[in-house]
Design a binder for this molecule. Sequence first.
Ligand code: SF4
Length: 474
Amino acid sequence: MKGGLMVAADAETITGQACFSPEESVGSDISSPTSLVRGACPSLSAPMQTGDGLLIRLRPSTPGLTVAQLRALAETAERHGNGLIEITARGNIQLRGMTRDSMPGLAVDIDRAGIVPESGVVIEVPPLSGCDPSEIADARSLAEYLRNAIGALRPRPLLAAKLAIIVDGGGQLPLDQLSADIRLKAVHAADGAQRWMLAIAGTDATATPLAAFSKEQAVAAVTRLIETLAVMGPRARGRDLNVPALRAQFSFSADLVRDGTVAPSAAVGIIPLDKEYTALGVRPAFGQIHARDLIRFLGLAEACGLREIRTGPDHSLLLIGLPHDRIEDVRAAASDCGFQTRADDPANYAIPCSGAGACASAHYATKQAAADLVDVGLELLDGSMEVHLSGCAKGCAHPSPAMLTIVGAATGYAIVVNGSASDEPVAYIHKEHLKSALATLGELVRNNKAAGESAQQCLKRLGRDAIATALRQG
Ligand code: SF4
């Protein structure tokens, strides 16, 4: 069979679905329930138990879905689950609210729609790969080449479940902010030739560069890293690799490449592609949309010429191939159906996880808190920073640090400044005081912001102590 039911067999030998929702997984194979280790990824063959039923996370093996495929996915999400659809921070699709009995029907529908979940090592590429005139290289062909090379390894490597590889051809929506164990980035070498810069363990800014390669050399080098990780064991990650040894092996040179990337665009908003077509990035309000709203939107957008939908970083959907003169119609339809459609929408900067009612680990209703934040703390959402609303200390919705993170706990909330959900908080607030604390933080910026200063600059200048004091007094 071509579709999702194949996943279990592949997952026994090579795992790699990059997963960041750490909700306790109890798992259930469609035919014979099994338990999953903590940190394994919810898939069609091994859904995860959450507060609202079973959850699956899906990364289609094709770069995008047709309108018909996404409609079929929405229909099956409503038929076999609770209809809630989410796009994760890494651009995976999550369907929620299934039961053990409804899972087989969901798998059949997904297979029938021709949607093949990616299995084995997940290799992420920018969502506009192949249709962005400003990209240095189309990452898809190298990713495919690499996928085949890794798939051909014998014995099959047993890798860490969260191992992530990024192949980034540059362009308007690079994956610079996403962390990966192994990353290849297209660059222009000093001699003008196009090369692939290999780096390990981190985001584009923090990963350690090893060398720049031609396409064939890059595939060979990454394959060698995969074999090395397999030898080190199924928990080994990119950060465990021996950098000096690899640099010596790959003849690292610090001045080998120069930057050849364009300024990145926001994932939400209009992204010009060529003279005829445009992409529109939209985001389900606070990362979640109901199937019936998505189906209604697809009907409207298809009539305007929508051909393909790709998932992107920051919980976005990229609508590809829209004629210029229909963009505003599609944007209005998206807004009407519950999407954020503008780069300057303040709600873009409130980042809640699934929260109470959806995730069993959540200590509060994060999406309601995000709506409250838009209501009372608009000063914080000027686009200079993000406010992460995390139902617990795992921080699924924003694994990297945010300027402010509100972390749910059993007795109230922890406020983390310039850190991740698991970092040391500057203050704790009582269970009943969240909305007033959000208002206090907004007021702090409003009353102290210097001319021309952003919310982030203001909070950084004031510092952690001033923020903690304001919350205590608020
Ligand atoms: S409450 Fe939020 S951060 Fe915690 S596990 Fe659930 S989705 Fe992740």
